[in-house]
Design a protein around this ligand. Structure first.
Ligand code: GDP
Ligand code: MG
Length: 321
């Protein structure tokens, strides 16, 4: 039935559909590296998705997202779910230095568990805090058959907004003493959170942070889903059952209210836009820089011989095909 171009892509797709983790690993690298046949592999993977629930965890650096994700994974495993984790990270978890040290240790707690798969993706070269391949890797994990997929963002500006385009449920993590309550308002984080988690509840100021969030949430328009606020001490494994309970309750709500379909359309829009961009802007820039006309065009623009709009139209006409 299948007509994958290259043997390698064919083997990878068959393997991951069969549930082979080494094949899944290699398929992700294949896609990240843009190997020949990656497009075909992905096209099959997108069609073979099984409908995993997607949870995004976002928040400022240092609030405890990685620690929370480990706890969320443990709770989901206890409930019998399999979990694929994507950490979008500007640095490798194995070379990231002191802060990441305990995170590696915790991850090792899951490393022998066949029901958990962890992968970190580089943000390199992509605007915002999500890797260009986030949507693609989600599709591979979904086709593989994980019940849940959890994405941790870098927690820097745009990634908070980006993640809600992919996730079914957005968990916004905050911590006392980081000025996060103020940051939350600024970044518009209140608008995107489905569940709020005040982590580091063992530190002073946690109650205050929680009250601030609750107060601000109370000013939202009533109706629909009311985002709950939970507290946690992720390092001690406290409050995680409650957090995961709220995440699952939100996902049940999405299904029963029919909003799941809407969110899926949202993430499909995000992926479609990525590909349209790649096929138009990406293609034009590549072709034009290869034959030197990009250089010439930029000279014209700098010297005022041409306007950006007419130049864009000219390049688009010439290179679209
Ligand atoms: N006191 C306290 N520290 C925590 C808690 N959760 C995480 N941490 C610590 O906060 C630091 C940052 O955690 P990490 O999970 O890497 O945060 P991320 O940058 O948001 O992913 C680490 O040293 C954690 O051990 C908590 O509940 N209480
Ligand atoms: Mg982290």
């Amino acid at each position: 039935m299948t007509n994958l171009k290259t043997d390698a892509a064919y083997e990878l797709f068959e393997g991951l559909i069969r549930g082979s983790r080494p094949h899944l690993s290699r398929a992700i690298s294949y896609v990240e590296n843009g190997a020949p046949g990656a497009a075909e592999l992905l096209s099959h993977a997108y069609k073979a998705r099984k409908g995993a629930m997607l949870t995004g965890v976002t928040g400022s650096p240092g609030v405890g997202k990685s620690t929370l994700v480990d706890g969320i994974v443990s709770e989901l495993r206890k409930a019998g779910h399999t979990v694929g984790v994507i950490a979008v990270d500007p640095s490798s978890p194995f070379t990231g230095g002191a802060i990441l040290g305990d995170r590696v240790r915790m991850r090792q707690g899951h490393s022998l568990d066949q029901g958990v798969f962890f992968r970190s993706l580089a943000t390199r070269g992509h605007l915002g805090g999500l890797s260009r391949h986030t949507g693609d890797v989600v599709a591979l994990l979904d086709a593989f058959g994980f019940d849940h997929i959890v994405i941790e963002t870098v927690g820097a500006g745009q990634s908070e907004v980006d993640i809600m385009r992919y996730a079914h449920t957005v968990v916004v993590a905050l911590a006392p003493g980081l000025g996060d309550d103020m940051q939350a308002i600024k970044a518009g984080i209140l608008e995107i959170g489905d569940v709020f988690c005040v982590n580091k509840a063992d530190l002073p100021g946690a109650e205050r942070t929680r009250r601030d969030i609750e107060m601000m949430l109370a000013m939202r328009e009533p109706g629909g889903w009311t985002p709950p606020v939970v507290s946690s001490v992720a390092v001690a494994g406290k409050g995680l059952e409650g957090l995961v309970g709220e995440v699952l309750r939100h996902q049940t709500y999405l299904v029963s209210s029919g909003l799941l379909r809407e969110r899926n359309r949202g993430s499909s829009t995000a992926v479609l836009e990525e590909y349209l961009h790649l096929l138009t802007v990406g293609k034009v820039m590549e072709s034009a820089s290869r034959d030197g006309s990009l250089d010439a065009a930029l000279d014209d623009l700098v010297e005022g011989k041409s306007g950006p709009m007419e130049m864009a139209e000219r390049l688009l006409r010439r290179y679209r095909e």
